[in-house]
Design a protein around this ligand. Structure first.
Ligand code: ATP
Length: 235
């Protein structure tokens, strides 16, 4: 038998109503890897994350996590496997302060990150417990959204465009935090438009086009593969 990956997605199809968006996504993620999904707007990257989480309900194919098929699981059960989702819109509640936002989701796994550890990883959040969520900058909200998932104990994280709209210095801070998480053994699937950021942290990249994985590029050969990649991304 082939080596088992932590996540195996095989011939995944997905629909929004009658609209067929995923047309047979196949990819895998090994334990401890950072793997990206790259592709143009509308390629189906976000939908793939939402299909893994069970947010997109109309799915066909196989999604295997730690050897068990999870495609039939209802949405509310998926986080209890230690799978965390940080959506593009981040989901920070304006009417809650930083600490309340952090404490909102239930702890689903032992080994969830403690508050001190979180503030060590994201120093920008330290001392901001009472600050309303929306008083934070975009970058700080992104950090809070990631921190909130880490507190639950999730060790397999789906991250949707965490750097979107952020200043380069903040992007570097987030890259450094994700490196620390990788060193601790967490596994990350990252949807990203910022290639420089993706290349600074990822092990492998999958290129998605019209709901299908059309290429896979190891991070070591990314610089030598830019022509190929740009032809997909239309840069
Ligand atoms: P982006 O970077 O723009 O989010 P993406 O690769 O993540 O790109 P998706 O958001 O997964 O792309 O969208 C894939 C396709 O599904 C697009 O054609 C999009 O218009 C469509 N789509 C996305 N969300 C919905 C929805 N809620 N209902 C119907 N169609 C949707």
């Amino acid at each position: 038998r082939e080596q088992q990956h932590l996540l195996e997605v095989s011939n995944l199809n997905g629909w929004y109503g009658e609209s067929h968006v995923l047309h047979g996504m196949t990819f895998n993620v090994g334990a401890g890897e950072i793997v990206t999904l790259l592709g143009r707007n509308g390629a189906g990257k976000t939908t793939t994350l939402r299909a893994i989480m069970g947010v997109v309900r109309k799915r066909r194919g196989a999604i295997t996590y730690k050897g068990s098929d999870i495609i039939s699981l209802p949405q509310h059960k998926v986080p209890w496997l230690g799978i965390g989702y940080v959506p593009e819109e981040r989901g920070i509640f304006a009417t809650l302060n930083v600490l309340e936002n952090l404490m909102l989701p239930p702890v689903t796994q032992s080994g969830g990150m403690g508050i001190d550890d979180i503030y060590q990883l994201f120093p920008n959040l330290r001392g901001r417990d009472q600050t309303p969520g929306t008083r934070l900058s975009g970058g700080e909200q992104q950090m809070l959204a990631i921190a909130r998932i880490l507190r639950t104990g999730a060790d397999f994280i789906l991250l949707d465009e965490p750097t979107e709209g952020l200043a380069p210095v903040i992007v570097e801070e987030i890259a450094a935090s994700l490196q620390v998480l990788k060193q601790r053994g967490l596994t990350i699937v990252l949807v990203e438009q910022n290639l420089r950021f993706a290349a600074s942290i990822a092990d492998r990249h999958y290129v998605v086009e019209q709901g299908v994985v059309v290429d896979e590029i190891a991070n070591e050969v990314l610089p030598a593969s830019m022509d190929r990649l740009n032809s997909y991304l239309g840069v």
